[in-house]
Ligand binder design. Structure first.
Ligand code: NAD
Length: 301
């Protein structure tokens, strides 16, 4: 029976560490890390994420700013808000909650964020630095959370055969780049599978560590993994469930019940990668505050 890799527990421990580190940084520098989250429109799921991010910030003593703009906000107005946050000394990290309304060009918005404040790691400068193997880059939160889950549960990817299922810009590709990097949590031999990969099972069975990020409920079955595999399930899929009050439940991309019988370790859904994402956003905000402070000190010396 597999060990359970709990993102809830690892995330809680990490937030306590980040709070201590942030307090020490504040004593040295007088700087309180600050995160701004911009939401355009009233998408209920996005509203929940924005509220959760703000609450997580306040709980560990960061400044938090939540900016909610109406759905018909024009692109120029949003770009103006970003310019304001780029110039704001209280704000070290910012993100614009995606998806944006269709009349706004998301890429243009992401490009406007100062790369030093881009705590989502989506700006092309940061994407490029990650691809180049830079150790100091602000890397996207979900992939960074996956790496921390592996390291902190004793499964260092170094030297292991890792298979990533999914090639999105938000999860699959950046986690593959982190796993390849010559840095802690990296140095793996990485294969990326995707929707056009034939005979997926023949690829996933080679994995010593398997990261499932396809967004397909229970895609990975017991027959598709080798005994002793370590599985991180990123999938967060709603499936109808009339027995639940809300009418659905969340399942991962992995058939948890079947795979846990043969795996050495597996992360659950919910309670796996989900709680790590906000934790890593906080870690990135502290990192951004440190880097901005160091750059300012360098410029004035
Ligand atoms: P996406 O839809 O952008 O990408 C899915 C990827 O999976 C694609 O690259 C596609 O090629 C691949 N894929 C799809 N079907 C496949 C199949 N049958 N076989 C092999 N590969 C297949 O999704 P995403 O944004 O990368 O998210 C993936 C999953 O992770 C979703 O369920 C999403 O909800 C979840 N997610 C969770 C968090 C979190 O914080 N827990 C964060 C981001 C995404």
């Amino acid at each position: 029976m597999a060990k359970i890799i709990s993102g809830t527990e690892i995330g809680r421990a990490m937030r306590a560490e980040i709070a201590v580190e942030a307090a020490a940084f504040e004593r040295e520098s007088g700087v309180t890390p600050g995160l701004a989250v911009v939401l355009v429109g009233e998408d209920p799921a996005s509203q929940v994420y924005v509220t959760m991010k703000g609450k997580a910030c306040r709980e560990i003593g960061f400044h938090s700013r939540e900016i909610v703009l109406p759905a018909d906000t024009v692109e120029d107005e949003l770009l103006g808000v970003i310019d304001g946050l780029n110039a704001d000394p209280e704000i070290h990290g910012m993100l614009v909650q995606l998806p944006l309304p269709r009349h706004i060009d998301s890429q243009k918005v992401i490009m406007r964020i100062d790369p030093m404040k881009d705590v989502d790691g989506f700006h092309p400068v940061n994407v490029g630095r990650l691809a180049a193997g830079d150790r100091d880059v602000l890397a996207p939160a979900t992939p960074s959370g996956i790496i921390q889950m592996l390291l902190r549960s004793g499964y260092d990817p170094k030297g292991k055969r890792v298979v990533v299922v999914g090639r999105s810009n938000i999860v699959g590709k950046p986690v593959a780049l982190l796993l390849l990097r010559d840095a802690p949590g990296g140095n793996a031999t990485v294969t990326v599978a995707h929707s056009r990969t034939p005979d997926l099972g023949s690829v996933t069975r080679q994995a010593e560590i398997l990261i499932a990020a396809a967004g397909k409920p229970q895609l990975i079955t017991r027959e598709m993994v080798s005994p002793g595999v370590v599985v991180i399930d990123v999938g967060t899929n709603r499936v109808e469930d009339p027995t639940r009050e809300r009418g659905f439940r969340l399942v991962g991309d992995v058939d948890f019940a079947g795979v846990k019988e043969v795996a050495a370790a597996i992360s659950p859904v919910p309670g796996g990668v989900g709680p790590m994402t906000i934790t890593m956003l906080l870690a990135n905000t502290l990192q951004a505050a440190r880097q901005i402070d160091a750059a300012a000190a360098g410029a004035s010396s």
